[in-house]
Design a protein around this ligand. Structure first.
Ligand code: NAI
Ligand code: MG
Length: 372
């Protein structure tokens, strides 16, 4: 039996193309692995009314972790129109398979390294090297939302003194999305960030919140962080408000090291940071839980490039690198890291998005060739 069993979820569109590229690179690391391909994405919504079939969940449950390409998703009406006619009116509702995977496997930590590789013409600066830890299952994206607002809930919030100005608004004219934090959730994401900083000898952890306005949820996160930092005396700790952070990241991104944030703030800040280091061709993340993890590029299925085999596979290759690191295969991870930085620095083999006209697999091959 192979040492690792890993699920491959190529998904839709260019997802398949970049996963093929990452496999070419992984092959060269001689990882002792058996891959099991599993189905996910738009195709399965259209034909089965479920973009994440139960058989896929079962496969994932029998693997160490998953490598995920990208999927297509579309707004409510289009989703209904594309559903197979025999499945319509059967009550199927499209639900994001990625969000479902995060919930189902409790992948509470979203880790997004944002490093500028020297020589990438898309870099904002060459000395950026941050890692963002975003809480992945709670906060504003926990899915507790109401429209119209149910009467029971209305009774509770009507007692709040700040509701006076809303009292005359009918339930149907009001929508509510709840931002729910748990102490455990706060501690978990903070610990991921501090532990990573310690392990990788990073200098600082910066918490991105907004406790001056969102007093209870942000306040809880800040209080937990202030307690936790005492256990990490060697690491500097800073607190910033999310709006100011957006400015600072554009002004002085090289000054930041490890960033930690709740779900929505982390989502926004990580897109900002991704653009500083070259955008979608380079941005990737790990969705990490206590005993399962899923690694993916940030980009989607890029329908306009499907079948052209020209998109940048580096984000996907780096997602595979992060997977190796998570598995404890640090030497193999370091080989991929070195090969990627050399290929980017040399500048001979590049896809269209960073100034070349090579194909997806040309870049993968160039990286693979540098791994001995
Ligand atoms: P997208 O990320 O698929 O593509 C946007 C544009 O970014 C592309 O047209 C291309 O110009 C560029 N791009 C993306 N990946 C690239 C790569 N590897 N190399 C070079 N250029 C690249 O986002 P879009 O167009 O908004 O969404 C397309 C579909 O993907 C939608 O159905 C959307 O719902 C889905 N999506 C899925 C995600 C996922 O699977 N995690 C994330 C984002 C979008
Ligand atoms: Mg996002």
């Amino acid at each position: 039996m192979a040492r690792y069993t890993i699920a491959l979820l190529p998904g839709d569109g260019i997802g398949k193309e970049v996963v093929e590229a990452a496999l070419m690179v992984l092959e060269k690391t001689k990882l002792d692995v058996e891959y099991i391909e599993a189905q996910i994405g738009w195709e399965f919504w259209k034909t089965e009314g479920n973009p994440l079939p139960d058989r896929t969940i079962r496969i994932l449950k029998n693997t160490a972790c998953a490598l995920f390409g990208a999927i297509t998703s579309k707004p409510k009406e289009e989703a209904m129109n594309e559903l197979a006619p025999k499945l319509r009116e059967k009550g199927f509702v499209y639900y994001s398979p990625i969000v479902r995977l995060r919930q189902e496997f409790n992948l509470h930590t979203n880790m997004r390294p944002c490093k500028a590789y020297k020589g990438n013409p898309l870099n904002f600066r060459d000395d950026i090297d941050l890692v963002i830890f975003r809480e992945n299952t709670e906060g504003l994206y926990c899915g507790v939302e109401y429209h119209p607002v149910p009467e029971d809930f209305r009774k509770v919030i009507n007692k709040h003194r700040k509701m006076n100005k809303f009292k005359i608004v009918p339930n149907v004219e009001m929508a509510v999305s709840l931002r729910i934090f748990t102490r455990k959730g706060c501690q978990r994401i903070l610990k991921s960030a501090f532990d990573f900083a310690r392990k990788h000898k990073r200098k600082s952890v910066t918490l991105i919140e907004k406790p001056n306005v969102i007093r209870e949820t942000s306040g809880m996160m800040v209080n937990e962080a202030r307690k936790m930092r005492n256990q990490y005396p060697e690491i500097d700790f800073y607190e910033t408000n999310v709006d100011a952070m957006a400015m600072w990241l554009v002004k002085n991104p090289q000054k930041y090291d490890i960033l930690v944030a709740s779900n929505m703030f982390g989502d926004i800040i990580s897109d900002l940071a991704a653009q500083l280091i070259g955008g979608l061709g380079f941005a990737y993340s790990g969705n990490i839980g206590n005993d399962y993890a899923l690694f993916e590029p940030t980009h989607g299925s890029a329908p306009k490039y499907v079948g052209m085999h020209k998109v940048n596979p580096i984000a996907m290759i780096l997602a595979a690198r992060l997977m190796l690191e998570w598995l404890g295969e640090e030497e193999k991870a370091a080989k991929i890291e070195k090969a990627v930085s050399e290929v980017i620095a040399e500048g001979k083999v590049r896809t269209y998005d960073f100034g070349g006209n090579n194909k997806t697999l040309d870049v993968a091959k160039a990286v693979a060739d540098r791994i001995e």
